[in-house]
Ligand binder design. Structure first.
Ligand code: GCO
Length: 453
């Protein structure tokens, strides 16, 4: 058994995290440009102004991908690079940048997988209320249509949204990400509905305009791992995983709230009990547009939480990791079973081919005396997680792909450049790229379709 023959192996990045050229060639500001320049918002005052300077060095980066044997590359388009005001005037130089990138990928035998939105929302639209504005789904649809019409001849794989949990949850509920708001559910629940509607309208538009398109959606949410193989614990984990918390900062991290409408055509019952009163008038009528068949349902998964059955009102409780449990540099627990239970529960519920659209590890990478970057922890992390994912595939999950996060070290949002997730090390002073040991290892995994795991 193992991974299927046409399994999609690759690597991922996102525009604001790597591109740089923040104010060049007619690009408009995004909420991340604004936020990262506000004192105290990003660790050590880092910004994405230059990042990995990918806009100027993309040919070198594509050459690295080719060397690694990457056949599929997920990257995102910066909305304000194409539409500086978010709507209206199109920036020809922005369009040309992605033309050149896409052409270069294709010339090198790499299939582009385009994420339409990975958080760099146009500031001009934020000033008009952003996702709270009932017009926001149409703004997004117009931007997405521009992408489809311009790139759809060469790009056949599109992912609508990356982690709405984060750009609404961290961006507008807890305020630790751009745009940095702390708002109550009366403001944020309508946002979620508008994002979901934008998603559905976009899936439909892509099917109409891009022949042979494959469409995905990439939310997130920590999988719940049953404490034991006892059926009660498995049921407890399933229940916890798909629950929607009632609190203002907790609900955005729900898996079901963001996925049930898109894949099952309904909001989860517990979520409705807490929040139905805040959904925009007539929300029920939008569900048909929101629920569109997907070619793959993606999730970004890094770690999970252990749950067991409990004699309390909700029927489950979280189990803390024991003292000394391994963690990544960013302090996320290493829990390979997340890539078994997450896909298993998700596939069981949504019955759509499943892809890991991000998984990887931040390490304290350094250039050693020998001039190389040795990262055995990353290799071990990916090895364990991929084994768990393979086990899920062998247990019946239609596992269709795995994209490593990330190709390059990059701007890790509120953590700035202090976290390194790349398979390629970036020296931010010189912009020199140094391939890490894991780069060579991952190459062999992709080449052998995971048979050496
Ligand atoms: C996310 C984003 C990525 C991150 C990565 C590591 O999951 O937060 O999709 O942009 O860089 O996940 O945190």
């Amino acid at each position: 058994m193992g991974f299927k023959k046409d399994f999609i192996w690759g690597a991922a990045t996102a525009s604001y995290q790597i591109e740089g050229a923040a104010c060049e060639d007619g690009k408009g500001p995004s909420v991340w440009d604004r936020f990262s320049h506000e004192p105290g918002k990003v660790l050590e005052g880092h910004t994405g102004d230059i990042a990995c300077d990918h806009c100027h060095r993309f040919r070198e980066d594509v050459a690295l991908m080719k060397e690694m044997g990457v056949k599929n590359y997920r990257f995102s388009i910066s909305w304000p690079r194409l539409l500086p005001e978010g709507t209206g005037e199109v920036n020809a130089r922005g369009l040309a940048f992605y033309d050149a990138l896409i052409d270069c990928l294709i010339e090198n035998g790499i299939r582009p997988i385009v994420t339409l939105f990975h958080w760099d929302y146009p500031s001009a639209l934020q000033a008009r209320g952003g996702w709270e504005n009932p017009e926001s789904p149409q703004w997004f649809l117009r931007y997405a249509t521009l992408c489809a019409e311009r790139y759809g001849d060469r790009v056949k794989d599109f992912i609508t949204f990356n982690e709405p949990q984060c750009f609404i949850g961290l961006g507008c509920c807890t305020g630790v990400h751009a745009p940095g708001y702390v708002l109550p559910p009366s403001a944020t629940i309508p946002m979620s509905h508008h994002v979901l509607l934008a998603h559905g309208l976009t899936v439909r538009m892509l099917r109409d305009r891009v022949p042979g398109v494959r469409v995905g959606y990439a939310p997130c949410g920590d999988p719940r791992i049953p404490k034991s193989a006892r059926p009660e614990d498995i049921e407890a984990a399933r229940k916890a995983y798909f629950s929607t918390p009632a609190d203002a900062a907790g609900w955005p991290f729900s898996v079901a709230w963001w996925s049930d409408p898109a894949l099952l055509g309904r909001y989860p019952e517990d979520g409705l009990r807490h929040f139905a009163q805040y959904l925009p008038h007539g929300w029920q009528a939008d569900l048909t547009a929101i629920c569109q068949p997907l070619d793959y349902y993606c999730q970004n998964i890094y770690s999970g939480r252990v749950v067991r059955a409990a004699d309390n009102a909700q029927g489950y409780e979280e189990v803390m990791q024991p003292v000394g449990h391994p963690k990544t540099a960013i302090q996320w627990p290493v829990t390979p079973d997340a890539l078994y239970w997450g896909p298993k529960f998700l596939y069981e519920r949504y019955r759509t081919p499943f892809m890991i659209s991000e998984n990887g590890m931040s390490c304290h990478d350094v250039v050693s005396l020998d001039g190389k970057v040795h990262d055995p922890q990353r290799q071990d992390y990916m090895h364990r997680y991929l084994r768990a994912f393979r086990r899920a595939a062998e247990d019946g999950v239609d596992a269709c792909g795995y994209l490593a996060w990330s190709l390059l070290d990059n701007f890790e949002w509120a953590q700035g450049y202090t976290e390194r997730f790349g398979l390629v090390y970036v020296d931010y002073q010189t912009q020199q790229r140094i391939v890490k040991d894991s780069f060579h290892w991952y190459k062999t995994v992709m080449e052998r379709n995971g048979e050496n795991l």
